[in-house]
Design a protein around this ligand. Structure first.
Ligand SMILES: Nc1ncnc2c1ncn2[C@@H]1O[C@H](COP(=O)(O)OP(=O)(O)OP(=O)(O)O)[C@@H](O)[C@H]1O
Length: 207
C-alpha cells in the first residue's frame, strides 16, 4: 500500500464533463513516486480530459483530487506550442520560461544536446518536421527535474525510434529520481519502462 508521503496524486470518484456532457467517471486513481501510469483508450474515451483535470486545467464535475502543489508538476499537452518564427533554441527557452522551469543556459544547452537538436539550434522552427517539433516540446522535460509529477498527453506521437528512445530515457531517469509520470499513448510503450501500470478508459470514459 502506498503511504501518503509516497503518493504523488490521488483521485476518488472523479467525474469530468465536457460541453455540458459527462465524458469520464473514474472510481480511483493513484500514482506513487517512482512509478508510471499509462492511460489507454479509444479516441474520445477521455484521456486528454483526465490529464487536463489532473493538471488542474479543468475542474472536475465531482469527486476528490489530491495532488502536490502546482510547483511540483508539469503538464505537456498534445498540441505543440512551438512558434514558427523562433529558432529551436529560442522555442525551448520560451517553453522553459513560460513553464517556470530551469532557464539557465547550461541546462538549455544540455537539453538541446541530449535531444539531438544542437545542430539545429539556430534553425527557425518552421523548417522542422512534426517529430522534431515534438522533440523541442519534450526537451523541456530535461529542465523539469524538480517537478515530481509529469502529465504528458501523447508524448510518443510522431517520434522516430531515436526520439522514442530519448523520451524513454527521460521517463526512466525521472522514475529513478523518485518522480512519477502519467501519459497517454495509442502506441505500445517501450519494454524498458518498468513500474508502469495501465489504466484503460472505455469508450464511455469509464475506467
Ligand atoms: N471542447 C469540447 N467540447 C465538448 N466536448 C468535447 C470537447 N473536447 C472534447 N470533447 C469530448 O470529450 C470526450 C473526451 O475527449 P478527449 O479529448 O478527452 O478524449 P481522448 O481519449 O483524449 O481522445 P483521443 O484519443 O482522440 O485524443 C469526447 O467525447 C470528446 O468529443
Amino acid at each position: 500500500m502506498t503511504s501518503d508521503r509516497d503518493c504523488l496524486i490521488q483521485a476518488h470518484s472523479l467525474s469530468c464533463d465536457r460541453g455540458g456532457r459527462r465524458v469520464l467517471t473514474l472510481p480511483q486513481l493513484s500514482l506513487a513516486r517512482g512509478a508510471g501510469l499509462w492511460l489507454r483508450g479509444r479516441n474520445g474515451s477521455g484521456k486528454t480530459t483526465l490529464l487536463r483535470t489532473l493538471a488542474g486545467l479543468s475542474a472536475p464535475a465531482g469527486g476528490t483530487l489530491t495532488r502536490h502543489d502546482r510547483a511540483q508538476w508539469l503538464y505537456v499537452g498534445h498540441t505543440l506550442a512551438i512558434k514558427d518564427e523562433l529558432s529551436v533554441a529560442e522555442n525551448l527557452e520560451c517553453l522553459a520560461e513560460l513553464g517556470a522551469l530551469d532557464t539557465r543556459p547550461r541546462g538549455v544547452q544540455g537539453a538541446l544536446v541530449r535531444w539531438q537538436l544542437w545542430e539545429r539550434r539556430d534553425q527557425p522552427a518552421r523548417r522542422l518536421s512534426q517529430g522534431l517539433r515534438r522533440r523541442v516540446s519534450l526537451a523541456r522535460l530535461d529542465l523539469a527535474a524538480g517537478r515530481h509529477l509529469w502529465l504528458l498527453d501523447e508524448p510518443f506521437d510522431a517520434l522516430d525510434d531515436e526520439g522514442q528512445a530519448l523520451l524513454t530515457v527521460a521517463l526512466m531517469r525521472h522514475q529513478v529520481r523518485r518522480g512519477g509520470w502519467i501519459l497517454s499513448s495509442h502506441q505500445g510503450l517501450p519494454g524498458e519502462l518498468q513500474g508502469v501500470q495501465t489504466l484503460w478508459l472505455d469508450a464511455k470514459g469509464t475506467a
